[in-house]
Design a protein around this ligand. Structure first.
Ligand SMILES: C[S@@+](CC[C@H](N)C(=O)[O-])C[C@H]1O[C@@H](n2cnc3c(N)ncnc32)[C@H](O)[C@@H]1O
Length: 228
């Protein structure tokens, strides 16, 4: 009888583990951007995380990646700091996948994904030391509302780095490869990564004084830095 119990327990554990990859695959099927992020874009996240750590002297605190998808950038930030990194994304599959990948990377609790809209973040005022957002802003129907939300959740002394593109620290080969890919995409789909006109002026009117646009080093790279 005891032997039967052990056998049954072993079968149940095996079944639970056998199910896990299917769940992960079902999330990837619902959020196929994962394949791009872990494929051709993979070198961007460590380079960008390293750049942010260097430029803003990051070591600990609370960081938020808005539209952070499956958490590739958040995990690279968590690996280089002692911070807790929140990922906010509109897509429920991306959020579930991010938390699963954080568990796999042994970053449970250090990378925390939650569902939410950039234009109405479910986080309190003055929550974050750093707010970052890469290649998501272009999908927000009201970009100014999303930028104001990023500013609202910043702590005094905090910094936001929002926009799109790659990283100054990405290798020349990877940059050339990704620029070529982006040019092809633009030829087929139009300019998806366009900066809103008079952005800094619009932000001044919205009460955000310390904003600057950083356009460097490729035309597919543009970023907005906010300081509070
Ligand atoms: C092109 S992916 C970029 C993902 C990631 N930031 C990166 O650099 O790989 C855009 C992400 O923004 C998310 N997104 C789009 N609109 C959003 C919104 N209004 N609020 C939050 N997330 C949004 C999408 O679900 C998607 O995960």
């Amino acid at each position: 009888m005891a032997r039967f119990g052990v056998l049954l327990a072993a079968l149940l554990v095996t079944a639970a583990y056998a199910e896990a990859p299917d769940y992960k695959q079902s999330l990837i099927a619902r959020f196929p951007f994962y394949n791009l992020a872990t494929g051709m874009f993979a070198p961007v996240y460590p380079a960008l995380a390293q750049q942010l750590v260097q430029d803003y002297g990051l070591s600990d605190g609370v960081y938020v990646d808005v539209g952070g998808a499956e958490g590739s950038l958040a995990m690279e930030l968590a690996k280089r700091t002692r911070a807790t990194v929140y990922v906010v994304d509109l897509d429920p599959a991306a959020v579930r996948l991010c938390n699963l990948l954080a568990d796999e990377a042994k970053l449970t609790g250090r990378v925390r994904a939650i569902e939410g809209d950039a234009q109405n973040l479910p986080l309190r005022d003055g929550f974050a030391d750093l707010v970052v957002s890469r290649n998501s802003l272009f999908q927000w129907p009201d970009k100014i509302a999303g930028i104001k939300e990023a500013y609202r959740i910043l702590k005094p002394g905090g910094v936001a780095y929002l926009g799109g593109g790659f990283s100054r620290l990405l290798s020349a080969d990877d940059t050339a490869r990704l620029v070529a890919w982006s040019e092809k995409k633009r030829a087929n789909e139009g300019d998806l990564v366009k900066m809103p006109a008079d952005l800094v002026d619009q932000l001044r009117h919205a009460g955000i004084e310390r904003a600057r646009v950083i356009e460097d080093p490729t035309e597919f790279d543009w970023w907005l830095e906010l300081r509070k």
